[in-house]
Design a protein around this ligand. Sequence first.
Ligand code: AMP
Length: 582
Amino acid sequence: MFFRRKQSQATPASSTVASPLAPVTNGSAAPAAATTFASTMMDDYPLTVQYILQRATQYFPKRELVTVTAEGYERSTYGELGQRVTRLAAALARLGISKGDRVATLGWNTTRHYECYFAIPSMNAVLHTLNLRLPADQLSFIISDAQDKIIVADADLVPLLEKVKDSLGSVQYIIVMNGPVPTVGAGMPPLLDYEQVIADAPTSFAWPAINERDACAMCYTSGTTGNPKGVVYSHRSTFLHAISVTQADTLGISGHDTAMPIVPMFHVNAWGLPHAAGMVGTKIVFPGKFMDPARVAQVLADEQVTLTAGVPTIWIGLVQVLNQRPDLDLSRLTRVVCGGSAAPRALIEGLDKLGLNLVHAWGMTEMSPIGTVANIKAGLDDATPEEKLRYRSKQGYAVPLVDIRIMDLETGQTAPWDGVTFGEIQVRGPWIAASYYHDPNPADKFIDGWFRTGDVATIDPEGYVEIVDRTKDVIKSGGEWISSVQLEGILMGHPQVLEAAVIGLPHPKWQERPVAAIMPKPGAEGALTPEILTAFLQDKGVAKWWLPDRYVIGMAIPKTSVGKFDKKVLRAQLAQEITLGE
Ligand code: AMP
């Protein structure tokens, strides 16, 4: 057997939390039946990333792993991955890594990064994926907060670490992958070459027994206010989430798929795709740093990808490219998973026209991340095409094991699932955070065992969630809510609009009024006016009092480090330029 298995492990949480299946006692000595019952239940087999690695290498050694490079494609297999992961773990142990130590990665989506995904958690250390698009002050904060001991970084990203070298006090080595070790100035930790480290390492490693409740990975939120917060995933949560991603009615990732995660591996573990893929033997195509829509389209066709995942901006660009490239054969691509921001209806329709199926999903860093997926639910198969499109444009219904409710913003009471009443979404489940690293009890984020997402939504009678806004982005005009997300979705349906972001700005009479920033499609600059956009919104049935007071046409909409509209920056920019009057 590849790993040393330990069936019976201490499971501290289960000894303190009452199981719903445990027989009820009146608090006196437990009846004999209870003891017998407990001892005849199922094997407490640990749910760990080690197991996923073992499965990937034992059952699927020939399945391919591909990385896109400047020159073309670099090919390997799960079999090779298994051998290299063993050596990497052995090397990290020699360098002093042991249980619970944080080993960070700063890398694009590549097979070597995937090796880190397995080696670090399987040796009982903690994989900390660093967001390479963060500003230097946030990167410094995160590395210091996590006290990373080693950073495995892509060669071309080492300069980012040089910018924060004063915050690398805890870092003993930087291991450089995917390129030659660069020359750096004084004051940096020693740099090692990833391939040399692996070549010099023993070919075997005594894998430790792991408790499924041990920390496996951590990721900091990409929130645009305050310092990022650390979210720590356990082996158990990662494992259960991976199973969920393989379920037919969620994302349905199977061993027969070829998956291309465009979502970065630093963004909530690439939404769990890599773990799910290893579990079932999916071929993975890693895009490296080549995430522009033209290259993505070419790779999707070259590798006959069947499932891909990323934020709407990528897919908006892909539609543009595919409309110019009818020669590309994407006939095997059955799922274009879209999350991170709302998928505009026009995007879903645009992909439909190309014969591509957008699967809309919602979640967040604190949720590992998947909470809802907008598949057509059992029982709705007979809905009309228009009704189905409406459901698919929503964020979806909760996947199994995620429990969801909305709280009325005004009354603080649970809101009805009537598809009309707004409320903050609150969630709980085995892969939902129960606290933050170094901030275990932020009073404003957890309530009675529920996590407050900060997203405002309606839930319809079928259970489909529709996100209306972030709590901090909602626009309140004259005491009534206006949904910026809905306005954006409609505006992005205009044939000449590429991107639209709507924010609220202060207004002397109405407290706040909506203002829309619009990026026209290439070639349509100058064709759009406020009058045209207002007429378009009215034509789509938007109430008069929802219509934006101003449009800023032709501005590049600022984006966050994970490619979403950065409304905080946009609000600050527009507040400088615009004063709303009566
Ligand atoms: P992050 O933690 O960076 O993944 O960001 C999570 C946040 O992104 C959520 O709380 C939502 O506000 C937003 N988000 C994620 N998926 C969607 C979606 N499908 N529609 C609308 N907003 C989304």
